[in-house]
Design a protein around this ligand. Structure first.
Ligand code: XMP
Length: 318
């Protein structure tokens, strides 16, 4: 199918379709930095110019440098966009919460609140989304009637009364990538990243301190694994990251026994995330990651490697 797909023709067709749908109105899109929402934003921006607003919600739960990187990308693609800094709101709402599903719900609800405010402020009548075919086919088509947020944790409420525009809804990922390339969107080869972001990698309460630790540990894991892959010492796993456990274990510091935090390292091979096998990372790479995390990340004195497959484990620890 993709060999006959005409990306240029698709772009022309969709730019015209978005113009026809939105008319003289205004539209908004939640930009996560992923390839789908970025591609949809560029198409809509071509159609609407500054009558489209891309909103990036900085929840305080993002990876190192992510907010700056997404803003830079949108700017270079001439998408009018805004970063909303809302870390205090998210950390305030997550205070004392340890149940994983409750954390997801809170993050989804807060995201909707923030986004709703922005839509009202911009007087948007339309919501552009980067929904692609598998997003609604896999959920039995039900998602077509709902509005998917980039968190995949629930829909924006119908009371928003925004009309939905989904330019990529009939495309599969490889076709989206072709459109992205034709639009000059640097196709992110970055590994998958969950919508609720680092909150799923902080087991127990999600505090600013815990997120800071897991953010620093994840950055080290990414740096070391990507460097090792580039040097030919291993191939790049499908996904690789760090998890902060809500436990302390004993270690030594000088002559003292000190209780420190534990970081688990997770790296998996997978095709679609439905099943996964743990990656056979060379010991030298594990060693570098462990030494760097215990030296550079505050309060961490122990690093463990997760050797579980999915099933029975999942990829994220939550
Ligand atoms: P699990 O942990 O269930 O994860 O084995 C499978 C894949 O899904 C990612 N993941 C998410 N992706 N929104 C997403 O878009 C989410 O809420 C979410 N939660 C998990 C996970 O990183 C893995 O790639």
């Amino acid at each position: 199918m993709s060999s006959v797909f005409d990306a240029k023709g698709f772009i022309e067709e969709q730019v015209a379709a978005i113009r026809a749908a939105v008319g003289e109105g205004r539209a908004i899109i939640a930009c996560s930095g992923g390839v789908d929402s970025t591609t949809a934003a560029v198409l809509a921006s071509r159609a609407l110019g500054d009558r489209l607003l891309g909103v990036y919600v900085d929840t305080g739960l993002m990876r190192k440098g992510e907010t700056e990187q997404v803003s830079k990308t949108l700017k270079s693609l001439r998408v009018t966009s805004k970063v909303v800094h809302t870390a205090d709101t998210f950390f305030g709402a997550l205070k004392g919460v340890t149940d994983p599903e409750r954390k997801r719900t809170i993050i989804g609800e807060k995201f909707i609140e923030v986004f709703e405010r922005e839509a009202e402020g911009f007087r948007a009548g339309f919501l552009v989304q980067g929904t692609i075919a598998p997003d609604w086919i896999e959920s039995g088509g039900q998602l077509r009637d709902r509005i998917k947020t980039h968190h995949n944790v629930g829909g924006l409420p119908a009371v928003m009364k925004l009309k939905l525009v989904e330019p990529l809804r009939d495309l599969y990922k490889d076709e989206v990538r072709q459109v992205a390339r034709a639009l000059g969107v640097s196709v992110s080869e970055r590994q998958p990243f969950p919508g609720p972001a680092l909150a799923v990698r902080c087991l127990g309460e999600v505090t600013p301190e815990a997120v800071e630790i897991v953010r620093a540990a994840c950055a080290i894991v990414e740096e070391e694994i990507e460097a090792a892959a580039k040097a030919g010492a291993m191939s790049l796993p499908w996904q690789y990251f760090a998890v902060l456990l809500p436990l302390k274990s004993v270690g030594v510091h000088g002559d003292l026994r000190v209780y420190g935090r534990i970081v688990a390292l997770r790296a998996v091979e997978s095709v679609d995330g439905m099943t996964a096998a743990y990656s056979r990372i060379p010991h030298e790479v594990l060693d570098r990651i462990s030494v760097r995390i215990t030296n550079e990340v505050r309060d961490v004195n122990r690093v463990v490697y997760d050797v579980s497959n999915k099933p029975p484990a999942t990829i994220e620890w939550e």
